[in-house]
Design a protein around this ligand. Structure first.
Ligand code: NDP
Ligand code: HSE
Length: 438
C-alpha cells in the first residue's frame, strides 16, 4: 500500500522534531500504522532559516494554504501555533475533508468546541495529544485507559518552561529572567513566553484535560489563572525549610457544587512524587474512583518528546484510514502481518551491573584473590566495602558493585569465587539497573 501523504504547517521546534522522528523511525512506524507515513509538503515563514531537520524530498513553501490545498495530502499537521492563521488552516483542512493533527493547545482550548463540531459534520479526525504535557500520552490515558472511571480530580505540572524555571531557581539559585532565556533557546517556551510564566499555557492545557476528564465543553475563559512570575528565590527557600516544594499546578476537581479549574503556584509536601518532578519534566496525577491515584510523567516540551505525541496521533489517524474498521488498533500494537522475529535473549546473554555480597575469611590476600578472579573474567569493580567481622576469627562480609558484564561471564566468576576455600557459602548476587536515560 502507498504511504499516506502528510502536509506539515511549521518547521520549527516541533515541526522539525516531527520530520526527524518520522524519518528515523519510518520502518517501525509503518509496521505499527499498516502504511508508511510521508511528509510531502511543508510550509514555514522563512525558507532560508537553518532547520533542525533534513527537508530533502519535501516540497517547501511559505504559504500554508498551498499545503492544505495540495490534493495529494490526506492529513494536515498544524505546528505553526497561535489561534489566527493556525485556526484558518485547520478549518480549511476540515472543510476539504482532511484529517488534522495539532500540538496547539491555545487553539484547542479556545476554539476546540467549534473545530470538533465541524470535524464531526465532515467526518474527519482532529487529534491533539501533543497539546497537553508534551510527550506524555495523557489524553489517551484519560480518554481510553481510564474510560471505566469517574474521574474525581486531576492535578498536574503541565508547563515545562515554568517547571524548568522553578527548578533552576531552587537548585542553582539562578535568576528568573536568565533561566527563561535558556528555556527559550532550548525551544521549550511559547512564541510569547508570558503564556508560560503567567500560567496561560497551563490554563489552555488544564481546560483540555478537564473536558476530557469530566465530559464538559472546553471553557478556557472560566479557568482561574495565576503564573509563577511573582515567585521569588526566598519563597522557594522558605517553602523548602518547611518541607514543601513550590510547583506550578493545574488542578481540576469535580465537587457537588461544580468543577474547580485553576492554575497557580502551589506548595506541595516534598515527600509527594509530584513534588520531585524537576526541570522540563511534566507529571499529571489523575484520581479515578475505580483505579485510585495514577501518575503520568515525562518530558513536557522540546522537539522530539512533542514529536513523539504528534507521530502517535498520526499513527492513530492512519490506522483508522487503513485498517479493517473492526480492528483499528492491532492487538499487539503492530499490524499482525508486520510482527518481527527478533530473538528473545537468554538471561546468560543479558548485560547488567551487579551487587555481590560474600562472606570471606578475615585474613590477608582473600580480597586480592577475589579481585583477581573478577579481573581475569574482565569484570571491573565500581565500588567495594569490607565489613568488620562480628567476632575475631569469624567471617567478614565483602560487598562489591561491578560495572556491566554479561550474565554468563558473571556466573563463571561467581563459580570460581565460591570454589575458594576462603569463601563461606554462596555469593549473593543482585542485578543492578541505574535506569538513567542512556
Ligand atoms: P516554533 O516557533 O518553533 O515553530 C513555528 C513554525 O511555524 C516555524 O517553522 C515558523 O516558520 C512557522 N510559521 C509561523 N508563522 C508562519 C506563517 N505565517 N507562514 C508559514 N509558516 C509559519 O514553534 P514550536 O514548534 O515550538 O510550536 C509549534 C506548536 O506546538 C505551538 O502551537 C506550540 O504551542 C506547540 N507545542 C510546542 C512545544 C514545544 O516544546 N516547543 C510542546 C508542545 C506543543 P519559521 O521557522 O520560518 O519562522
Ligand atoms: N511552552 C510549553 C511548555 C510547551 O513549556 O510546557 C509545551 O506545551
Amino acid at each position: 500500500m502507498n504511504p499516506v501523504k502528510v502536509g506539515l504547517l511549521g518547521l520549527g521546534t516541533v515541526g522539525g522534531g516531527t520530520v526527524n522522528v518520522l524519518k528515523r523511525n519510518a520502518e517501525e512506524i509503518a509496521r505499527r500504522a499498516g502504511r508508511g507515513i510521508e511528509i510531502v509538503h511543508a510550509a514555514a515563514r522563512d525558507l532560508n532559516k537553518p532547520r533542525i531537520c533534513d527537508t530533502d524530498g519535501i516540497q517547501l513553501c511559505t504559504d500554508p494554504s498551498e499545503v492544505v490545498n495540495n490534493p495529494d495530502v490526506e492529513i494536515i499537521v498544524e505546528l505553526i501555533g497561535g489561534d489566527g492563521l493556525a485556526k484558518d488552516m485547520v478549518m480549511q483542512a476540515i472543510e476539504q475533508g482532511k484529517h488534522v493533527v495539532t500540538a496547539n493547545k491555545a487553539l484547542i482550548a479556545k476554539y476546540g468546541n467549534e473545530i470538533f463540531a465541524r470535524a464531526q459534520q465532515k467526518g474527519v479526525m482532529v487529534a491533539f495529544e501533543a497539546a497537553v504535557a508534551g510527550g506524555i500520552p495523557i489524553i489517551k490515558a484519560i480518554r481510553e485507559g481510564l474510560a471505566g472511571n469517574q474521574i474525581q480530580w486531576l492535578a498536574g505540572i503541565i508547563n515545562g518552561t515554568g517547571n524548568f524555571i522553578l527548578t533552576e531557581m531552587k537548585d542553582k539559585g539562578r535568576d528568573f529572567d536568565d533561566v527563561l532565556k535558556e528555556a527559550q533557546q532550548l525551544g521549550y517556551a511559547e512564541a510569547d513566553p508570558t503564556f508560560d510564566v503567567e500560567g496561560i499555557d497551563a490554563a489552555h492545557k488544564l481546560t483540555i484535560l478537564a473536558s476530557i476528564a469530566f465530559g464538559i465543553p472546553l471553557q478556557f475563559e472560566k479557568t482561574f489563572t495565576e503564573g509563577i512570575s511573582t515567585i521569588t528565590r526566598d519563597d522557594v527557600a522558605y517553602a523548602e525549610e518547611l518541607g514543601y516544594r513550590i510547583k506550578h499546578l493545574g488542578v481540576a476537581r469535580r465537587s457537588e457544587k461544580g468543577i474547580e479549574l485553576r492554575v497557580h503556584p502551589t506548595l506541595i509536601p516534598e515527600r509527594r512524587l509530584i513534588a520531585n518532578v524537576d526541570g522540563v519534566m511534566n507529571a499529571v496525577l489523575v484520581m479515578g474512583d475505580a483505579v485510585g491515584p495514577t501518575l503520568y510523567y515525562g518530558a513536557g516540551a522540546g522537539a522530539e518528546p512533542t514529536a513523539s505525541a504528534v507521530v502517535g496521533d498520526l499513527v492513530d489517524v492512519v490506522r483508522a484510514l487503513t485498517a479493517d474498521p473492526e480492528n483499528r488498533v492491532p492487538h499487539l500494537a503492530f499490524q499482525a502481518d508486520a510482527l518481527a522475529n527478533d530473538p528473545i535473549l537468554s538471561i546468560d546473554d543479558v548485560e547488567t551491573a551487579y551487587y555481590l555480597r560474600m562472606s570471606v575469611q578475615d585474613k590477608p590476600g582473600v580480597m586480592a584473590k577475589v579481585a583477581s578472579i573478577l579481573a581475569e573474567s574482565d569484570i571491573s569493580i565500581e565500588a567495594i566495602i569490607q565489613k568488620e567481622p562480628v567476632a575475631e576469627g569469624s567471617f567478614a562480609n565483602i560487598i562489591m558493585l561491578t560495572h556491566k558484564v554479561q550474565e554468563k561471564q558473571m556466573n563463571a566468576a561467581i563459580a570460581s569465587i565460591e570454589a575458594l576455600d576462603t569463601i563461606d557459602g554462596k555469593v549473593k548476587r543482585i542485578r543492578m539497573e541505574t535506569l538513567d536515560a542512556n
